[in-house]
Design a binder for this molecule. Structure first.
Ligand SMILES: Cc1ncc(COP(=O)(O)O)c(C=O)c1O
Length: 389
């Protein structure tokens, strides 16, 4: 049964999340703090559903991109978890952050000064993470800023609580970036030691997201910031191979990460199409046989990429059936000729399992240029989400 007025729904598996967190924590070790990355609407899973669920599994710290996401996480947190903003926060939002003990990245002097001003106004320390530029060239204090940075932080230490010193790696999931990552690790170390010698110590040094956690263990430090892996995906096939071959090699069946999301809908209508007729817009697909064509009420407006026209697969009756013709804005058509007894209302799995078959988010990435991350975050917020065991 599709619940609520919507054409599809998403299920989030608590047991899969629990298993993923257990695996990641074991890999990182007990000493390393865990920060769950929930930007991009919790990678499409839904902040409002994911935060309380992760809290049930013991998570007490979340990282978001911006103040609006921080506010959403703050509103639904039931365990008083700490929230950290890694990206955008307006000067006007800083006071809210300081007041609510939401920490935020500081990566330029303008923001540093604004943080001190907000802290002064609130008469409360701003909790900050100093983001260091180590070679990604996105955000972060440059090495040549070091003296001015140290001086300013020391002068204003009454208004600043340095929770973290962080950086982000420029593509640790690809071995092509190996040298660049090694250089970043060295740059971070040099900068962090410089600040330490000046008397600036943070509660936590944190640099690793999912790929470095697995491929560069020295990056784990005091805290890991994990996104894609907690949702059940390897950052790349290379990262998965590195995990399998490390420490003398693991069994190829050792696949500890489980995708926690499933996306389901139902067949809207079925019709018989004669040999030689075209299906859908234009002449993109021509029936080479008598074809049972089932319309599914999902299209590119729901996050099912138009690039999957004539390419995508969904599950019906436990079989992988092909998308035929163009993916429309709100509908797509699949060939169910080989699903005997198929009828209107039958379940269609867009992501997830049905009987013995499975459609993974990674399979979307194999067929299009979209990476896992992109496919997930494109899932609209309006699709109802349900937690399942
Ligand atoms: C600064 C920062 N930390 C952590 C993450 C989490 O990365 P991942 O999903 O690869 O674990 C991201 C995501 O891009 C990020 O930008």
């Amino acid at each position: 049964m599709i619940r609520m007025f919507h054409t599809s729904y998403i299920e989030i598996s608590k047991s899969a999340l629990h298993a993923n967190l257990k695996f990641i924590r074991k890999l990182a070790g007990d000493e390393v703090r865990y920060c769950s990355v929930i930007k991009g609407n919790a990678y499409g899973h839904g902040i409002e559903h994911f935060v309380p669920l992760a809290e049930e599994c013991g998570v007490r710290m979340f990282a978001v991109h911006s103040a609006d996401e921080a506010l959403r996480a703050h509103m639904v947190s039931v365990s008083g978890s700490h929230i950290m903003i890694m990206g955008m926060i307006d000067d006007a939002e800083l006071e809210w952050a300081v007041q609510n003990e939401v920490s935020f990245y500081v990566f330029e002097f303008e923001r540093l000064r604004a943080a001190v001003a907000a802290a002064r106004k609130q008469d409360q320390k701003a909790k900050i993470h100093l983001e260091l530029e180590t070679g990604m060239n996105r955000i972060g204090f440059d090495w040549h800023d070091r003296e001015e940075l140290a001086e300013y932080v020391l002068q204003n230490r009454d208004y600043l609580h340095i929770m973290g010193i962080s950086t982000h790696y420029a593509g640790a999931e690809s071995v092509a970036n190996y040298l660049r990552i090694q250089n970043q690790i060295a740059s971070y170390s040099r900068y962090q030691w410089y600040l330490r010698k000046k008397g600036i110590r943070a509660d936590m040094r944190h640099t690793a997201c999912s790929a470095p956690l697995i491929s560069y263990p020295q990056t784990r430090m005091d805290m890991i910031r994990i996104g894609i892996a907690q949702y059940g995906y390897w950052p790349s096939k290379e990262t998965q191979m590195q995990y399998l071959t490390r420490n003398g090699g693991r069994k190829m069946t050792d696949i500890p990460l489980r995708q926690i999301i499933s996306w389901k809908t139902r067949i809207m209508s079925i019709k018989k199409v004669d040999t030689g007729d075209f299906i859908g817009y234009g002449t993109v697909y021509q029936a080479t046989d008598t074809t049972m064509a089932a319309t599914v009420p999902i299209g590119y407006s729901h996050g099912f990429s138009r690039n999957l026209s004539n390419l995508g697969k969904v599950l019906v009756h436990g079989r992988r059936v092909p998308v035929v013709g163009m993916v429309n804005m709100n509908m797509l058509i699949v060939d169910v000729t080989h699903c005997p007894g198929v009828k209107r209302g039958d379940e269609v799995v867009l992501i997830g399992s049905q009987k013995k078959n499975r459609i993974t988010v990674s399979s979307f990435s194999d067929m299009t240029n979209n990476v896992n991350y992109e496919t997930l975050v494109r899932l609209p917020r309006e699709i109802p989400r349900f937690i399942v065991a």
